[in-house]
Design a protein around this ligand. Sequence first.
Ligand SMILES: [Fe+2]
Ligand SMILES: [Fe+2]
Length: 248
Amino acid sequence: MIRNIVGDVYQIGEYVEGSYGYEAVLVYVIMNEQHPILIDCGSQLHRTGIMQEINSLLAGRTPEYIFLTHSELPHAGNLQQVAKQWPNIKVIVSNVMLPYIEIAPILPLSQITSEAAGKTINVGGRTLKFVFATLKDQPGSQWVFDAQTGVLFTGDGFGYYQSAEQIGKFSDEVEGGIREIQFRDYHRTAFHFLRWVLPEKFNPDLDAIFAQLPVKIIAPIHGDAIRGDIPTHVARLKQAVANIRNAV
Ligand SMILES: [Fe+2]
Ligand SMILES: [Fe+2]
């Protein structure tokens, strides 16, 4: 399903049914005029559908960059097909990720750039800031902030399970937005360590990110984009972190 989120930022992807409802596996596309940028590329399991949607959206344009939030298959598993169709694409990953170990040697190393959290770079005229992933399930997990639109791409962070009726809907199109229990169920299963994390230590780190960046939209890979009312949704995520800890 292709949906415009804001400005020239789109989400595409598929939804997998599980015991908690549906889990999105999304790819974000920043059209960026003639210099499109992909954020993750989906799983090889959804290759056909995702490639059809990327091609439909790009309408003949060539993506110049792909940022991988981390190397797990729902995020990077489709890279082989992306590289096959666009062999000149440049890959950007966290400086903690290990190319050729975590991701297969599909492209020359000269096309892979590793960037540290905190770094701001210009790709195709677009300013992207790399953000320390407060919620990470791999050392090389990293978030990215698009200054032009205020979208923070959060990889696995801020994911949530959704009902069949919620599929493809942004948070502002769902009555009451994303509920704390949706964040809680997802984060408890995606980040097993959270049950040992002290919310009074963790939550201020999350607050610090949103104090530093003018985030207007949160774009998780496993959940439709969270548009607007960011303080409420951050508060619900913090409550979810506290409830996961308290349940131990
Ligand atoms: Fe992950
Ligand atoms: Fe994931």
